[in-house]
Design a protein around this ligand. Structure first.
Ligand code: 5GP
Ligand code: ZN
Length: 119
Protein backbone atom coordinates (compact mmCIF):
# COMPACT_ATOMS: atom_id res chain seq x y z
CA UNK A 1 0.00 0.00 0.00
CA UNK A 2 1.32 3.40 -0.93
CA UNK A 3 0.88 6.35 1.36
CA UNK A 4 1.47 9.41 -0.80
CA UNK A 5 1.80 12.97 0.43
CA UNK A 6 1.13 14.45 -2.96
CA UNK A 7 0.44 17.94 -1.75
CA UNK A 8 3.51 18.36 0.40
CA UNK A 9 6.22 16.05 -0.90
CA UNK A 10 7.97 16.56 -4.24
CA UNK A 11 9.12 12.93 -4.38
CA UNK A 12 5.59 11.65 -3.77
CA UNK A 13 4.53 13.80 -6.72
CA UNK A 14 7.24 12.26 -8.91
CA UNK A 15 5.98 8.79 -7.91
CA UNK A 16 2.42 9.82 -8.75
CA UNK A 17 3.65 11.26 -12.11
CA UNK A 18 2.19 14.64 -11.15
CA UNK A 19 5.66 16.23 -11.08
CA UNK A 20 8.24 15.81 -13.82
CA UNK A 21 11.02 13.34 -13.25
CA UNK A 22 13.00 11.05 -15.54
CA UNK A 23 11.96 7.73 -14.06
CA UNK A 24 14.42 4.95 -14.83
CA UNK A 25 12.81 2.16 -12.77
CA UNK A 26 9.58 1.52 -10.90
CA UNK A 27 7.80 -1.38 -9.27
CA UNK A 28 5.19 -1.79 -6.56
CA UNK A 29 7.62 -0.82 -3.80
CA UNK A 30 10.32 1.37 -5.32
CA UNK A 31 10.77 4.19 -7.84
CA UNK A 32 14.08 5.47 -9.25
CA UNK A 33 14.62 8.68 -11.19
CA UNK A 34 17.48 10.96 -12.23
CA UNK A 35 18.48 13.72 -9.84
CA UNK A 36 17.57 17.16 -11.15
CA UNK A 37 21.00 18.52 -10.10
CA UNK A 38 23.42 15.65 -10.82
CA UNK A 39 26.78 15.81 -9.04
CA UNK A 40 28.34 13.20 -11.35
CA UNK A 41 27.66 11.78 -14.84
CA UNK A 42 25.18 9.33 -13.28
CA UNK A 43 23.07 10.46 -10.33
CA UNK A 44 19.90 8.49 -9.62
CA UNK A 45 17.60 8.65 -6.59
CA UNK A 46 16.01 5.38 -5.44
CA UNK A 47 13.04 5.85 -3.15
CA UNK A 48 10.29 3.82 -1.48
CA UNK A 49 6.86 4.48 -2.98
CA UNK A 50 5.60 4.76 0.56
CA UNK A 51 6.30 8.15 2.13
CA UNK A 52 8.93 7.49 4.81
CA UNK A 53 10.59 10.67 6.03
CA UNK A 54 14.09 9.40 6.74
CA UNK A 55 16.16 6.54 8.15
CA UNK A 56 15.00 7.78 11.56
CA UNK A 57 11.43 6.78 10.71
CA UNK A 58 12.22 3.19 9.70
CA UNK A 59 10.82 0.27 11.66
CA UNK A 60 11.54 -3.46 11.66
CA UNK A 61 8.67 -3.89 9.21
CA UNK A 62 10.69 -1.90 6.64
CA UNK A 63 13.62 -4.34 6.56
CA UNK A 64 12.56 -6.00 3.26
CA UNK A 65 11.95 -2.60 1.69
CA UNK A 66 15.45 -1.41 2.54
CA UNK A 67 16.90 -4.56 1.01
CA UNK A 68 14.85 -3.87 -2.11
CA UNK A 69 16.27 -0.32 -2.37
CA UNK A 70 19.80 -1.73 -2.40
CA UNK A 71 19.05 -4.47 -4.94
CA UNK A 72 17.46 -1.90 -7.27
CA UNK A 73 20.59 0.23 -6.82
CA UNK A 74 22.74 -2.77 -7.77
CA UNK A 75 20.60 -3.45 -10.85
CA UNK A 76 20.70 0.17 -11.97
CA UNK A 77 24.46 0.34 -11.40
CA UNK A 78 24.81 -2.56 -13.85
CA UNK A 79 22.42 -0.97 -16.35
CA UNK A 80 24.21 2.37 -16.17
CA UNK A 81 27.60 0.72 -16.71
CA UNK A 82 28.88 1.64 -13.26
CA UNK A 83 29.37 -1.79 -11.71
CA UNK A 84 32.90 -2.52 -12.87
CA UNK A 85 34.53 0.79 -11.90
CA UNK A 86 32.32 1.32 -8.88
CA UNK A 87 29.93 3.88 -7.55
CA UNK A 88 28.72 5.51 -4.37
CA UNK A 89 25.48 4.97 -2.43
CA UNK A 90 24.48 7.72 -0.01
CA UNK A 91 21.56 8.22 2.35
CA UNK A 92 21.60 11.67 3.95
CA UNK A 93 19.64 11.89 7.18
CA UNK A 94 18.47 15.05 8.93
CA UNK A 95 20.02 18.54 8.88
CA UNK A 96 23.56 17.49 9.83
CA UNK A 97 23.42 14.72 7.23
CA UNK A 98 22.49 17.22 4.54
CA UNK A 99 19.00 15.83 3.89
CA UNK A 100 16.96 18.42 1.98
CA UNK A 101 13.97 16.32 0.83
CA UNK A 102 12.09 14.60 3.64
CA UNK A 103 11.28 11.42 1.72
CA UNK A 104 13.84 8.66 2.24
CA UNK A 105 16.12 8.33 -0.78
CA UNK A 106 19.22 6.40 -1.73
CA UNK A 107 21.59 8.32 -4.02
CA UNK A 108 23.32 6.20 -6.69
CA UNK A 109 26.25 8.28 -7.93
CA UNK A 110 28.91 7.24 -10.42
CA UNK A 111 30.68 7.73 -13.70
CA UNK A 112 33.73 9.41 -12.23
CA UNK A 113 36.25 8.79 -9.46
CA UNK A 114 35.04 10.46 -6.27
CA UNK A 115 36.74 11.74 -3.18
CA UNK A 116 35.45 11.37 0.33
CA UNK A 117 33.62 13.27 1.63
CA UNK A 118 31.86 15.09 -1.20
CA UNK A 119 31.19 18.41 0.46
P1 5GP B 1 19.23 15.18 -0.18
O1 5GP B 1 20.03 16.45 -0.13
O2 5GP B 1 17.91 15.33 0.55
O3 5GP B 1 19.98 13.97 0.24
O4 5GP B 1 18.93 14.93 -1.71
C1 5GP B 1 17.83 15.48 -2.36
C2 5GP B 1 18.14 15.42 -3.83
O5 5GP B 1 16.94 15.61 -4.55
C3 5GP B 1 19.12 16.50 -4.31
O6 5GP B 1 20.24 15.87 -4.90
C4 5GP B 1 18.29 17.30 -5.31
O7 5GP B 1 19.06 17.71 -6.43
C5 5GP B 1 17.19 16.34 -5.70
N1 5GP B 1 15.94 16.96 -6.05
C6 5GP B 1 15.26 17.92 -5.36
N2 5GP B 1 14.10 18.22 -5.96
C7 5GP B 1 14.03 17.41 -7.05
C8 5GP B 1 13.03 17.24 -8.07
O8 5GP B 1 11.99 17.88 -8.09
N3 5GP B 1 13.28 16.32 -9.03
C9 5GP B 1 14.44 15.58 -9.03
N4 5GP B 1 14.59 14.70 -10.03
N5 5GP B 1 15.39 15.70 -8.08
C10 5GP B 1 15.18 16.61 -7.11
ZN1 ZN C 1 6.98 11.67 -0.06
Amino acid sequence: MSILNENRCIFCRVIARTAPGEIVYSDAQVTAFRDIHPVAPCHILIIPNQHIESVNALTAADEPLIGRLFLVAQQLAHQEGLAENGYRLIINTGPHGGQTVKHLHLHLIGGQRMRYPMG
